[in-house]
Design a protein around this ligand. Structure first.
Ligand code: 4AD
Length: 439
């Protein structure tokens, strides 16, 4: 009977057949230990010379690292480790004997591993991380459908920019310049005028000349958009979504978290506790007064600036929970955000970035959108964007404009944080970075 390794626990004492790869092979005299994986999990297949035919013994002895084979045997409990199962082999059929595998037992640097990413995806860490990515993806899809959203896919080739124009990848679209999507948001805003609540999920592109462990040139973003939602309601949806994702990973990915040696204390805590809310000015004040960051001067730029990586990490460390940083100065935020003047006379955007603790940094950016046709048009003109290219977008404010809000969640930053891995490149099968477009 064919059986996946993940189901071995239900077949103790039975003879089963598994199809997979030998990720490691050890032998000691009359026993060959085949460390097998089949995509669903990992197991040790024990081939004892006295109990198998000569033909089977020879077949097992030929297997090298990453050879493919069909292995049959009896499932047994590991004599010492609880919850671990082995296979006492009766038959081995090699499918292909792999030549010497480049990823060996010694430590490799990340450049080597990512040069061989096509092979490196087979290793345990990527296996665990990419399965968690899959679970997060599923959670997001389930969450939105349960909450009454419609999936509304948005184009990847766009005529304009959504975010900072300096980060655009240009493509030659039948001799007209086109741009790779930075976010589907503007199109999602058209979508809510038909469906009320929509989300999209797809690759977006940022031509940032940034080499940090938080930046990809190609990432997957989920944009959600909601009619008749103000910024408070928007943040509530984000909090419910993040709690749901984390809860699902804790429930369904225990083996993966174990492989990653992830301490889940904070993840468990945040599922039940309200997230922290800080205004941008308050966050800057706390960082300064509590000496959480090192700065030589605290001039105007400090108070008006975006949050640096160092500042985001310091806030996450202080609260040990996700933190919404609200109401950034309008000048450093995107053109579509609703604006207001605060008590101190500063023009601010009705927005929030959600910072994950444990060095997760910003995982979500969201805002209430400017719903006034005149105000939005003025902002586009003031920023010297080509107005004619935004006519279609302005139609959302011309015909039945409503207060509305939305947010974008970066899948890789979210998965990086949940997995507790160092670099965002670990969280996508084939990363595209400033210095990497291959394999
Ligand atoms: O904050 P951002 O730029 O927001 C937008 O693009 C909005 N239009 C989304 C919306 O409101 N629908 O990006 C959203 C998220 C960030 O919080 C971050 O998680 C991720 O996308 N992100 C990146 N992740 C990895 N590498 C990059 N270069 C990223 N840029 C953004």
């Amino acid at each position: 009977m064919d059986c996946l390794i993940k189901d071995f626990a239900q077949h103790v004492g039975e003879v089963v057949t598994m199809k997979g790869w030998s990720y490691n092979v050890r032998s000691s005299g009359s026993i060959v230990f085949l460390q097998m994986r089949d995509g669903s999990g990992f197991t040790q297949a024990v081939v004892a010379k006295p109990t198998v035919s000569e033909e089977v013994w020879n077949a097992a002895s030929r297997l090298t690292i990453e050879s493919s084979a069909i292995v049959t045997g009896t499932v047994t409990k590991h004599p010492k480790q609880e919850g671990v199962y082995e296979l006492q082999v009766t038959d081995v059929q090699p499918i292909q004997i792999a030549e010497e595998y480049p990823i060996g037992k010694k430590e490799h640097g990340p450049d080597f591993l990512f040069d061989h990413r096509d092979l490196y995806v087979r290793s345990k860490t990527p296996w665990a991380v990419l399965r968690i990515r899959d679970r997060v993806f599923l959670s997001i899809e389930q969450f939105f459908h349960e909450e009454g959203f419609i999936r509304f896919d948005t184009p990847i080739i766009q005529p304009t920019s959504c975010e900072d124009t300096t980060q655009l990848f240009t493509v030659d679209y039948y001799e007209t310049p086109g741009y790779l999507s930075q976010s589907g948001q503007l199109y999602s805003e058209a979508g809510i005028m038909s469906f009320g609540k929509v989300y999209d999920f797809g690759p977006v592109f940022r031509a940032e000349k940034s080499k940090t462990r938080h930046h990809l040139s190609e990432l997957w973003m989920m944009d959600a958009e909601m009619a008749f939602h103000d910024q408070t309601m928007n943040m509530d949806v984000q909090e419910r979504l993040v709690k749901r994702m984390v809860k699902d990973v804790l429930e369904h990915c225990q083996e993966e978290l174990k492989i990653l040696e992830r301490d889940t204390t904070i993840l468990q805590k945040l599922v039940h506790e309200p997230f922290v809310h800080l205004k941008h000015a308050e966050a800057k004040r706390i960082l300064k007064e509590e000496g959480l960051i090192t700065k030589e001067t605290y001039d105007d730029t400090y108070w008006q600036d975006d949050m640096s990586t160092e500042e985001e990490i310091a806030l996450g460390n202080k609260y040990q929970l996700p933190v919404f940083i609200e109401d950034y100065p309008a000048q450093i935020k995107s053109f579509y955000m609703k604006r207001f003047v605060d008590a101190g006379g500063v023009l601010r955007a009705r927005c929030a970035d959600l910072i994950a603790p444990e060095e997760g940094r910003e995982i979500v950016g969201g805002s209430q959108r400017e719903e006034s046709y005149e105000a939005l048009k003025k902002e586009i003109v003031d920023r010297k964007y080509p107005l004619e290219k935004y006519e279609w977008y302005l139609n959302t404010r011309k015909y039945g404009s409503v207060p509305h809000s939305g947010f974008g969640l970066g899948l890789e930053r979210t998965v990086r944080w949940i997995c507790g891995v160092h670099h965002v490149r670990e969280t996508i099968p084939f990363p595209r970075l400033l210095n990497r477009m291959e394999p």
